[in-house]
Design a protein around this ligand. Structure first.
Ligand code: FES
Length: 99
């Protein structure tokens, strides 16, 4: 999957905490959160190459997602309660996810 360009306000590296797994990892620019958490050994369902299936939807416990998917509604994006970790990033340097 090709990384989306970094918009203004994207901190680049994201520190991601997987709360349920008790794992913390750094996601560098150009690497998706999905790829990073899978590399850390977590099983996360994902089924599409273009951020359209919604299978990787993940609850956000702390931090602010930068939504880049084609699934969430405007209201869902504004709430920041969930995110598609295959493409979306963060406007905060740290995200705590329900993984
Ligand atoms: S894997 Fe399909 S939306 Fe993330």
């Amino acid at each position: 999957m090709t990384a989306a360009p970094e918009p203004a306000g994207d901190p680049g590296r994201i520190d991601v905490v997987c709360a349920a797994a008790g794992t913390a990892l750094a996601v560098p620019p150009g690497t998706s959160i999905l790829a990073a958490v899978r590399r850390a050994g977590l099983e996360v369902p994902a089924a599409c190459p273009d951020a359209s299936c919604g299978m990787c939807e993940t609850r956000v416990l702390e931090g602010r997602p930068d939504h880049r998917d084609g699934v969430l509604t405007a209201e869902e994006r504004a709430s920041g309660e969930t995110m598609m970790i295959c493409v979306s990033r963060a406007t905060t340097a740290r995200l705590v996810l329900d993984l």
